[in-house]
Design a protein around this ligand. Structure first.
Ligand code: SF4
Ligand code: ZN
Length: 302
């Protein structure tokens, strides 16, 4: 690493440290699990939290998304072994009997069977994958008694999601965003959920990649070949163009959203009209706003 590279790497690490401190993401007695997909973001996050001396372990779920998953899981195993980080690796087939591809095919059949244009429009492997990942990560993190679940979402991901939510016209969808989910650390309505933190919140995709490449991490840089979220892809393209023309637009978007978040919470958060209390799913026992959670509805247990 050249001197300049070292300086840039240090500046990147300091940026993450500042986010952790400014938003109070980690307490000294926290047990942190990093949700590791094997990609650059979660690998960089795991490395830096470990380097900063936090009590950190890796949590990975093999989603069975073909060769992409196998390579990612191999990379996670090797990385954790090399850096002497404890890895908890779970297999979605053992947890649910099927991988994401099969689950998606089945639920697509069920949804189109129940009819309607809307069902087909909503069919997307990313939607299935998102529901499964959220459910599995929360369940395993709670079973492993983690007090924080850290994810590798970066500024690019967050700015895309903010814009998508705004354009969908559902402000309450954004309540669970920000560097710490919900921002309501002791809120009873979040019981059963392991607090999520996003220390890479203000780091761009390019910065994370640069750091990962400097350190020679063995990770896949190609995006998941199954990606099917057309809306996100469009927003991503627009934001890339906007960022070229108006540098800093992503950061301003996200910072402005954070300014609005307390007001959103007040207007749409727990206890407000229309906001359902969080109970537990009667089938799997995971936290859910409905009698049956999205995962159980998806795998069609009833
Ligand atoms: Fe899952 Fe879609 Fe992400 Fe691939 S791109 S890992 S299918 S959410
Ligand atoms: Zn359930």
């Amino acid at each position: 690493m050249s001197m300049i590279e070292q300086k840039r790497a240090k500046a990147f690490e300091n940026k993450i440290k500042r986010t952790i401190e400014r938003y109070g993401l980690i307490d000294k007695d926290d047990k942190i699990l990093v949700a590791c997909s094997g990609g650059k973001d979660s690998t960089v996050l795991l490395y830096i939290l470990h380097k900063l001396g936090y009590d950190v372990e890796a949590l990975s779920i093999d989603l069975h998304l073909g060769e992409h998953s196998s390579q990612n899981m191999d990379n996670v195993r090797r990385f954790c072994k090399k850096h002497k980080i404890r890895l908890h690796l779970f297999d979605i087939k053992k947890m649910l009997g099927k991988g994401i591809i099969e689950l998606d095919k089945e639920s697509r059949g069920n949804r189109s069977g129940k009819g309607g244009r809307k069902s087909r429009k909503e069919s997307s492997i990313c939607m299935t994958c998102g529901i499964v990942k959220r459910w599995a990560l929360n369940r395993k993190a709670r079973e492993l008694k983690a007090t924080k679940l850290a994810t590798g979402h970066n500024l690019n991901d967050e700015s895309e999601t903010v814009l998508m939510n705004l354009l969908k016209g559902n402000p309450e969808i954004g309540l669970n965003m920000g560097p710490m989910t919900g921002g309501h650390r002791n809120d009873k309505s979040s019981r059963g959920f392991v607090q999520r933190i996003k220390p890479l919140y203000f780091c761009t995709n390019e910065e994370v990649r640069e750091y990962s490449e400097y350190l020679g991490f063995s990770v896949l840089y190609e995006p998941c070949p199954h990606s099917s979220n057309v809306f996100r892809r469009k927003i991503r393209r627009e934001l890339i163009e906007l960022e070229k023309e108006y540098p800093g637009v992503r950061l301003r978007l996200v910072k402005n959203f954070l300014k609005l978040l307390p007001k959103l919470s007040k207007d749409y958060g727990a206890g407000k009209a229309g906001e359902k209390n969080i109970g537990v799913c009667e089938l799997c026992g995971e936290p859910s706003r409905n009698r049956v959670c999205r995962l159980c509805s998806l795998v069609n247990k009833r």
